[in-house]
Design a protein around this ligand. Structure first.
Ligand SMILES: C=C(O[C@@H]1C=C(C(=O)O)C=C[C@H]1O)C(=O)O
Length: 180
């Protein structure tokens, strides 16, 4: 799994995030996936027999490592950095990198540190307070391989976290399967 980190982290780090309406994806199949406001994990679950999360890395990082953009969205704070690969029937579908400010890991949300291979989306979107905003998307594809990424802020009990997701080549968003 460490190859995912090496291969895909640079794509997320270098992504040119844009407002969805700047990319003309609204109303397209890709847009239908990238603009999903509810849990992506739940949606993926409907597209496979076995939906799994592999935890690649979870470490605390200093606020000094955040970009200005990230600071503006979740505050200038030390964070828990969680990296996972979401898989459908054993195929890698999404590489995700989540920043959880330490002040979000308080009260009931202390358990976010112990999620392990439980999908973050299940935890956030089963809470009545769970919601998503600040969604931006990036086209990180090449001439031969379309690849899309998105970044959004999640809120739980009015506490933020920031999720960046890279949709890998085998993800159902690229139209190899019927949508639902
Ligand atoms: C944010 C969601 O959770 C998914 C699960 C993640 C995890 O377990 O770390 C990370 C990103 C998401 O793609 C979601 O389901 O919408």
């Amino acid at each position: 799994m460490s190859e995912f980190k090496q291969l895909y982290k640079p794509l997320l780090d270098g992504a040119n995030w844009q407002q969805p309406d700047q990319l003309g994806i609204e109303g397209t199949e890709i847009g239908h996936w990238l603009l999903e406001q509810d849990s992506l994990s739940r949606r993926f679950q409907r597209h496979c027999e076995a939906f799994t999360v592999s935890l690649i890395e979870q470490v605390k990082i200093s606020h000094a490592a955040l970009t200005n953009d990230e600071r503006a969205l979740i505050g200038d704070e030390d964070c828990l950095l969680r990296k996972v690969v979401l898989q459908g029937d054993g195929q890698p579908w999404v590489f995700a990198r989540t920043l959880i400010p330490i002040s979000t890991l308080t009260g009931q949300e202390r358990d976010l540190e112990q999620l392990g291979e439980m999908p973050l989306g299940f935890r956030v979107f089963t809470d009545r307070s769970g919601r998503r905003d600040a969604l931006v998307v990036a086209d990180v594809g090449t001439d031969t391989q379309p690849l899309w990424a998105r970044r959004s802020r999640l809120w739980i009990n009015e506490k933020p976290l920031l999720v960046a997701e890279l949709f890998l080549a085998q993800a159902p968003i690229y139209g190899k399967e019927k949508q639902c």
